[in-house]
Ligand binder design. Structure first.
Ligand code: NDP
Length: 333
């Protein structure tokens, strides 16, 4: 069936936030293809989820070289949808990819050498059928490669037109300061940083978010729903079609503990008091800090994207509600 995007998809101005001190506005809810978009997943469901997101004004799709499984297949899925449905809309989209984790065998298939990063980017472009990506990330800090080399590769990607912007992911505060300085000197300023951040993982509050704010760089925070724990997904047990139920690579049934459920049930009560789902409250909570430009969600079906995007209708959280949330997060389970 020929796809025609929803004509009203950009009517929700509240959905976009400026990314740091850049010229780019990103959707507060962006969709990542880490899980559910690989070669082993249903293409029809992946396509429907991507197109539903686009219809709702989600302009940013986030990938990495190794998303699948098998590695690379999420980029192939996106490439297929781009060709089939979104070819006319390339300029409405921010497509990001990354290199740094294990992708191919041998000494050049991971980490941060110039060899690895630029070869990986070329592979990603081929898989997606693109001439350029909007953001190319160093996926992780490499302690054994000079930072000048890794940042030089990102800057080269930008200068050669293969990427419009450079990004960092999983870099600590000090590593970020140094990397950002180098990228500026090289004429390829860092647009965005991707840390993991949610109500259940607050590490970026220990310095990174402040550094990003001072440097004028936006944060696109990943796993804001704690891979599904900060949703109603597990309240009735572990469904067979859930991440913990069928793909326990990064979320195991043993992670769905009574202590986590006790907390998330109390958070769910607060969410319901606001007329929201728990997922929506969890997204509003990470977005309460303006340095967070986007909450980078995953989704296993279109309805989850709908639920998450609707969070943008009510992002403000009162001091009283924040206090109640803090009591749940900080207190005894
Ligand atoms: P989330 O924390 O958003 O978890 C997504 C999962 O939550 C979904 O797969 C689904 O679980 C469940 N879910 C989502 N919305 C709802 C809803 N409304 N109601 C109920 N359940 C819901 O994020 P991810 O862990 O998937 O990560 C998001 C993206 O972040 C990735 O795709 C990737 O782009 C990026 N990322 C980046 C990393 C990095 O190192 N830079 C590392 C990891 C992720 P279910 O599948 O069970 O239905």
């Amino acid at each position: 069936m020929t796809y025609e995007p929803a004509p009203g998809r950009y009517e929700n101005d509240a959905l976009y936030r400026r990314c740091g001190r850049s010229g780019v506005r990103l959707p507060v809810i962006a969709l990542g293809l880490w899980h559910n978009f690989g070669g082993h997943d249903s293409f029809d469901n992946a396509r429907a989820t991507l197109l539903r997101a686009f219809d709702l004004g989600v302009t940013h799709f986030d990938l990495a070289n190794n998303y699948g499984p098998p590695e690379g297949s999420a980029e192939e899925t996106l490439g297929r949808v781009l060709r089939q449905d979104l070819a006319r809309h390339r300029d409405e989209l921010i497509i990001s990819t990354k290199a740094g984790y294990l992708m191919w065998p041998g000494p050049y298939g991971e980490w941060g050498s110039r060899k690895s990063l630029l070869a990986s980017l070329d592979q990603s472009l081929r898989r997606m059928g693109l001439e350029y990506v909007d953001i190319f990330y160093s996926h992780r800090f490499d302690p054994d490669t000079p930072l000048e080399e890794t940042m030089g590769a990102l800057a080269q990607a930008v200068r050669s037109g293969r990427a419009l912007y450079a990004g960092l992911s999983n870099y600590g505060p000090e590593q970020t300061i140094e990397a950002v300085r180098l990228l500026r000197e090289m004429g390829a300023p860092c647009l965005v940083h991707q840390p993991r951040y949610s109500m259940l993982d607050r590490k970026p509050e220990q310095g990174l978010l402040k550094v990003l704010q001072e440097l004028g760089i936006g944060a696109a925070v990943f796993s804001p729903l704690a891979k599904g724990l900060l949703t109603n997904r597990y309240f009735g047990g572990i469904p067979a079609d859930s991440r913990a139920g069928h793909d326990p690579r990064f979320l195991k049934p043993a992670d769905v503990t009574d202590a986590v459920l006790a907390r998330t049930r109390r958070l769910d009560e607060i969410a319901r008091g606001r007329g929201q789902t728990l997922a929506q409250l969890a997204l509003a909570w990470v977005l309460r800090n303006p340095v967070v430009t986007s909450a980078l969600i995953g989704a296993s079906r279109p309805s989850q994207v709908e639920d998450c995007v609707a969070a943008a209708a009510r992002l403000e959280i009162s001091a009283e509600e924040l206090g109640r949330i803090e009591a749940v997060l900080g207190g005894e389970p």
